[in-house]
Structures are given as structure tokens and as C-alpha cells.
Design a protein around this ligand. Structure first.
Ligand code: GLN
Ligand code: ZN
Length: 759
């Protein structure tokens, strides 16, 4: 009999209850008791959703981040928290930092970074050579008891803990010491933890070691042997859990470790299933993640059963089924989506629905497909409806993608030739000044957009409201003396959603929120079909903005790779194919803008880097199609049209050839926080085109002085010749106030004047 289990459930709540409760707790508007009560209710609801599982996870819930929870569990919160304070205070101090105010001590937050290749961010554990660990199990044990009480004796409660090797791998050694050297000190704490869990009656513990899907050197592989030989004496059964990719050269290692079971993400690693079935020692459980925890599509249950049945026959009791990874990365409950396009809704499955799919699989395997005839039939109907829908397949789009040639991504002339022509047309001074696109999104702007969306503001009133905002932005920029202007993006809610809403092939959920970090959630649009641009999307706004000024007005678009990486995308074709469709749609927009007289066009690729695969060996193939997509999108223009791209991150070293290959005339990047050192990568690579290294951090309310900006630009000049430098902020200004933007840009423009004077 196959068993089913869940690796973890979203914590944020169906309607983001945790978010709102946290935020009101932080501002002091609600009490700790209320916060803990909400957390309790959410855990209860989550267990309710998972009640069809044979093993129920506990410890997957978190008030902020499960990696930070692990640091707290292991007694490894940074020393800067005041140990006299209580645990919850300390926890939030590291999560969010505490500003200096009055007599209260200032504590800076832990660093945050992306959780593998997801859009979830965790708080990086901090260690030094002196780090000592000590078990702090009260919170987890309390949740175990709570789970046992809520779920009753018919369910086994399965604690979820982050494994010791992955924990160290995710940590950062503040003193540059070897973090792996801490393993010996860490393992006894894990042993103690497992014993404490066993004392609560726990049989199975899910121990997450997702780094097994990455490239590990011999020291880290050895660490796995050492760790699990140490832990094998623990009086619980360990389910070694991997997800997000293939095990590849770690497969044998994973099979051999002395644990009671292994979980494989069978969605990312379908080809490894057969190997595990053959190689896994016969006393071990094999847990297969057969339902994607990373996307929102219904699983084809019949097809899944076709390949699972022989495996189930072979493994019997040893087969467990689960989602591929924690369901943290998908929205909670599709049943809330009453207004979603009915046809597309049929094809979708959020966390709660994915667990129902799992139950159907279990029933079919254990009691025959007849036991779930209706469920399988409904599922099959939805799968076929999606496969055959004319809304998914548009032959014209397919033909257009098939027709893409290498030349389509090639500019007419080399950069130097283009630059000369652009100089003649644009007549820009040295150190041209510009901004990255958005201006402050004031309350009035947000209200007008909302009212328009809800139908309480008429189309024409909305138009005039937005035009007034554009006019204001243009006037401010002219008064400041900027050289290349922007329209300010008042009409855009979000840089991906705005385009998605105007493209065919997209739908939008109402409650499809996914945790990004702490209380912050994102609602990725759902790309379900071939992408087609029925109408121009930005041309009228840009034309209007250009009509207000003699200065060049920069057209503003989001690039195909960023749209792809920030959406839920199709699983029925490679990402590359979807990206090229997006590229063609945005290319049409680029050409329409050019046609309308826009001479400078910026195509943002803020998310290009974050699409990099987990394994370096796969980077090149991703970069090849990502860069090709960008070029197809951008490079159809005349030499005189200047293409900008913008990327707001600060790591380029390892992807320099790809960045150069994009061949944008101008790239604007985030540099102010790295003191221009980031430009070393461009310098060493002899990056040939123009660069706008951000001269101030738009995330901070601080106003940069003219001197600061000049001094940063001087540093830039040591690396990049002045003829190829632009002066601009790090990123868009939408989160700032006009009162901050005006003086900052004033100093920036004056800095450019003074640089021009210093020949
Ligand atoms: N053009 C966008 C803006 O200014 C860019 C945002 C981004 O890079 N994240 O808001
Ligand atoms: Zn940016």
C-alpha cells in the first residue's frame, strides 16, 4: 500500500492572513497573543488541507522564514541580538532589523537571499570559526504536540527539519572561516534534536538536503557521509529529502547514506526514478514527488498512474508519494478564484487541490482506478480541454517563432557605427543624465488606477488623470535639466502584470499569492497560452509624453526573460519556446515605438540573472536562449534608435560574455552600494558599449550629495572611459516620494555638469 505525505504547505494563509497579522503586530496595532493565535489557526487550517495524507508535516510553518527558524532551533542567532530579550523579539530583529530610535538599540537584519532557484528568500545563517550551537527545541516540540493533538492518533506527525549539511552550505562565514569545519560541532545538536522528537513519539523525520541537487565538491560530499553516519543512531527514521532538480552525480551518494528513506523530485528528475527503483537498498522507502510544487497546473493523473503502477507493484509498502517539493511556492486555494476565466480555471491546481490529486493517486494505486473513476474522468477532461484549446494554440504564433532567424537578433551595424549615428541624432552631452523609468507612485495614482479597474472611474477620466501625471513628470524632469526623459510609468501597477494584461495568453488570479519573504508576497500572472499582442501596449503613452518635450523620451518596456521569470509559465513546452514568443510580442512593441518617433527604448531585464539554473553546467544553455530572446526583442531597430537595458543587481562577473552579447547600446546597473567596484567586471571584460552605473541607492530615503555622486563617477571613470558613461540612479523611483526625488536628481544633474566641466 503506497502512502502519501506532504513536504510542507504555504504559511501565508488563503487570504494572506499571516501577512496582515504580522504587519499589524509589527506596527504595534495588535498583540503577541493575537499573532500567536493567528499562527495557530493557520497551522490548523493547513493540517485540515493535508488531512488526507498519511503523514502530516510539522515545523514547515514559520512566522517569517524556515531557515531563520532553523538558526533559532540550533541556537545560532547572531550575537548582536540582545540575549536578555525574549525569543520572538530576537527572531524578528534578525528577520527585519531594528532601526535606531530613542534608547532602543539598532540591530541590522540578517542578509536575505534567494532560496535555490525559487522566488522565496531566506535569512542567511551567520557563522564564524567560534560558533557554538545549542539546541533550542521548545517551539518545534510545542508544534509537534499541537499537531498530535489537532490531528489525533490516526495520522503520524512528521517533523520537517533542514538538514545539517544544507544548513551549513546556506550559511555565511562572517570571518571567512571554513563553515564546513563546524559540522562536527553541529551534529551532536541534531542528534539531541532527533532524540527529543523521538521522545514525543515521532517515528519519521523529514530531513531536507536540497543541496544534493547541486554540484558538490568532494568536501561537501564527504560531509554528507560524515553527517548521516553520525545521525544513524538516532531513534527515529529519517526521510532524506531532495527537491528542485536531478541528483546526477550525487545519486549514488544519496542512495547509500544510512537513512530510512529518500525523497526525489520526480517532476524535475523523471529520468532518475528508474535508477532509484533499482538501486535503492530494499529496506528503504522511496518517496516520489509526482505533483509539481512549483507550478499551478493540474497533474495528468492518468498518465502519472500509467508510469506509477508498475513501480507501485514493485515497491509495495516502500513507495510513498508526495508533491515534488514544499507547496510553499504555489498559491493556497483555487476555490477562492471565482472570477478567474472559467476555461483556464479548469486546468489549474493550487496547493489545496494538489493534495487532493495526491489522494486520488493513492486511492487508484491502493484500491484500483475504479475507486476514483469520477475523479480520474474529470481530471482527464481538464487535461484534454487544455491540450486541445484554441486559446492555448495559435498557429500564427508558432509559425512566427519557427521563422526566427539569427539575423532577427542582430543589429544592422556594430556598436561604434551605431553610436556615431545616435550621437548625431540625439545630440547628448557627455555624461548624459537619465532615470530608470518610474517616478513616485503616489496615493492618488494608485487610487485612480484602482477606481478605473473597478469601473468607478471612466476611461476618459482615467486617461486625463494619467496624462496629467505624465505631464508633471515631464515638467519636473525638464526643470531638473535631465537629458533623456521618461514618462514615469504612472499607468503601471507592476512591470510584468502591466504587459501580461495586454497580451493574449495570460490570466490573473485574485488570491494567487506566493510568499517572497516574511510578510511579502507576489502574485505571479499565469501564462497559459501562445503569446500574442493584439494591440500596441505603450505607444500612445510614450507618444503623448514625447509630444510634451524636445528632449528624447525613453520608451519603457519589460523584456521577455523578466516577464517569463516572474510569471507562472506553461509546462507543456520548454521555457525557451515561451520566452521567444514573448520576445516577438515585445519586439513588435519596440518597432511600433520606433515608428512613432521614439528614439530611445529601454527594455528592462531585472530578472535575467535569477533565471540561472542551479547547476553551472546548465548556465550556458539558459544564457544562450535568454540572450537570444532579448536580441530578437530588441535588435530589429534602425542604427539611430538607441536601445537601453536595465538590470538591478550587482553580480555580473560570471555572466559578462552574455551581457556583452546582448549588445544593448546602453546598460544601466546597480552599483552605488558596491562603490563602483562592480564595474571591474566590465573593465576586465573590456565591455564595449555604454554603461550607466547607478549613482545612488533608490531603496534608501537618503539624498545623495553632488560630491558623493561626483566621487562615485570618478571611480567609474577609472574603469570605463568617460565617453561611454551615463549618470542615473540605481533603479526606478516608484517607491520614493517626490520630496526625496527632486533634491536627489538635482544633485545628480549638477554632478553631471561639474563632471563635464572637469575636462
Ligand atoms: N523601469 C522600471 C522602473 O523604473 C524598472 C524596475 C526594475 O528594474 N525593477 O520601475
Ligand atoms: Zn531596477
Amino acid at each position: 500500500m503506497a502512502r502519501i505525505h506532504s513536504l510542507g504547505f504555504p504559511r501565508i494563509g488563503r487570504k494572506r492572513e499571516l501577512k496582515f497579522q504580522l504587519e499589524s503586530y509589527w506596527t504595534g496595532d495588535s498583540s503577541r497573543t493575537e499573532l500567536l493565535a493567528t499562527a495557530h489557526t493557520l497551522r490548523e487550517q493547513n493540517w485540515q488541507h493535508q488531512s488526507g495524507c498519511d503523514l502530516i508535516p510539522v515545523g514547515d510553518f514559520s512566522l517569517y522564514d524556515h531557515v531563520l527558524d532553523t538558526s533559532a532551533l540550533l541556537g545560532n542567532l547572531p550575537e548582536r541580538v540582545d540575549t536578555n530579550n525574549d525569543d520572538l523579539d530576537n527572531y524578528f530583529r534578525i528577520a527585519r532589523g531594528r532601526a535606531q530610535n530613542g534608547d532602543c538599540q539598532c540591530v541590522h537584519a540578517g542578509e536575505m537571499t534567494k532560496w535555490f532557484d525559487t522566488n522565496y528568500h531566506y535569512i542567511v545563517p551567520e557563522v564564524t570559526a567560534d560558533t557554538a550551537f545549542s539546541l533550542n527545541p521548545d517551539s518545534l516540540l510545542a508544534q509537534v504536540r499541537e499537531a498530535q493533538q489537532v490531528n489525533g492518533p490516526s495520522h503520524s506527525v512528521k517533523p520537517v527539519v533542514l538538514g545539517p549539511v544544507t544548513y551549513l552550505w546556506l550559511s555565511k562565514a562572517k570571518d571567512g572561516s571554513d563553515r564546513l569545519a563546524l559540522l562536527e560541532r553541529l551534529l551532536p545538536v541534531y542528534t539531541e534534536l532527533l532524540a527529543a522528537l523521538a521522545a514525543e513519539g515521532v517515528e519519521w523525520v523529514q530531513i531536507d538536503e536540497p543541496i544534493l541537487v547541486t554540484e558538490l565538491d568532494s568536501a561537501w560530499r564527504l560531509a554528507f557521509e560524515q553527517a548521516y553516519h553520525h545521525l544513524k543512531v538516532a531513534p527515529v527514521k529519517l526521510l532524506l529529502t531532495t527537491y528542485f532538480g536531478e541528483l546526477q552525480d550525487n545519486l549514488q551518494l544519496a542512495c547509500q547514506l544510512p537513512v530510512a528513506g529518500l525523497h526525489l523530485d520526480a517532476i524535475s528528475a523523471p529520468d532518475e526514478v528508474a535508477k532509484l527503483v533499482d538501486w535503492l537498498p530494499i529496506h528503504k522507502v522511496l518517496s516520489l514527488g509526482v505533483i509539481s510544487g512549483r507550478n499551478i497546473w493540474k497533474t495528468d493523473l492518468t498518465r502519472t498512474l500509467d508510469w506509477l503502477e508498475p513501480i507501485a507493484a514493485k515497491l509495495g509498502e516502500r513507495l510513498w508519494l508526495a508533491p515534488s517539493c514544499s507547496l510553499l511556492h504555489v498559491p493556497v486555494d483555487l476555490s477562492l478564484e471565482a472570477t478567474l476565466d472559467a476555461e483556464v480555471r479548469e486546468w489549474l491546481s493550487f496547493a489545496a487541490q494538489k493534495l487532493q490529486e495526491l489522494q486520488v493517486l493513492k486511492s487508484a494505486l491502493n484500491h484500483g482506478r475504479d475507486s476514483v473513476t469520477e475523479e480520474l474522468r474529470d481530471n482527464q477532461r481538464a487535461i484534454i480541454s487544455r491540450q486541445q484549446s484554441t486559446r492555448v494554440y495559435n498557429p500564427a504564433v508558432k509559425a512566427a517563432v519557427d521563422g526566427i532567424t539569427a539575423e532577427l537578433g542582430q543589429r544592422q551595424s556594430e556598436y561604434t557605427e551605431r553610436a556615431a549615428k545616435q550621437r548625431a541624432v540625439l545630440q547628448l552631452p557627455d555624461y548624459p543624465t537619465t532615470t530608470i523609468g518610474s517616478f513616485p507612485q503616489t496615493t492618488e495614482i494608485r487610487q485612480a488606477r484602482l477606481a478605473y479597474k473597478q469601473g468607478t472611474l471612466s476611461e476618459s477620466d482615467y486617461q486625463s488623470h494619467m496624462k496629467a501625471e505624465i505631464q508633471r513628470a515631464v515638467e519636473e524632469q525638464e526643470a531638473l535639466g535631465l537629458d533623456v526623459l521618461v514618462h514615469g510609468e504612472a499607468e503601471r501597477n507592476d512591470m510584468v502584470e502591466y504587459f501580461g494584461e495586454q497580451l493574449e495568453g495570460y490570466v490573473f488570479s485574485r488570491f494567487g499569492w506566493v510568499q517572497s519573504y516574511g510578510s511579502r508576497c507576489v502574485k505571479p500572472p499565469i501564462l497559459f497560452g501562445d503569446i500574442h499582442r493584439p494591440n500596441a501596449m505603450t505607444v500612445e503613452w510614450s507618444k503623448f509624453a514625447q509630444s510634451l518635450t524636445d528632449k528624447p523620451m525613453k520608451g519603457m518596456l519589460t523584456g521577455p526573460v523578466t516577464i517569463l521569470n516572474w510569471s507562472f509559465v506553461r509546462d507543456d513546452q520548454p521555457r525557451k519556446a515561451t520566452c521567444l514568443q514573448l520576445a516577438l510580442a515585445i519586439r513588435d512593441e519596440v518597432l511600433d515605438l520606433e515608428q512613432a518617433g521614439i528614439q530611445v527604448i529601454q527594455i528592462d531585464e531585472a530578472a535575467l540573472r535569477e533565471g540561472l539554473p542551479l547547476r553551472r553546467s546548465q548556465w550556458q544553455s539558459y544564457l544562450d536562449w535568454a540572450v537570444h530572446s532579448f536580441k530578437v526583442c530588441a535588435n530589429g531597430v534602425q542604427d539611430e534608435t538607441q536601445i537601453h537595458t536595465h538590470m538591478c543587481y550587482s553580480e555580473f562577473n560570471d555572466i559578462m560574455p552574455a551581457i556583452a552579447d546582448m549588445d544593448a547600446d546602453v546598460i544601466t546597473i546597480e552599483t552605488s552600494r558596491s562603490d563602483m567596484e562592480l564595474l571591474d567586471a566590465f573593465d576586465e571584460f573590456e565591455y564595449p558599449n555604454e554603461i550607466g552605473p547607478g549613482v545612488y541607492d533608490i531603496h534608501s530615503p537618503n539624498i545623495p550629495s553632488q560630491e558623493q555622486i561626483v566621487s562615485l563617477m570618478k571611480k567609474a571613470e577609472q574603469r570605463i572611459p568617460r565617453e561611454r558613461l551615463w549618470v542615473n540612479p540605481d533603479c526606478g523611483l516608484k517607491t520614493r516620494q517626490w520630496e526625496e526625488v527632486i533634491p536627489a536628481l538635482k544633485n545628480m544633474v549638477e554632478a553631471a555638469y561639474s563632471l563635464r566641466d572637469q575636462v
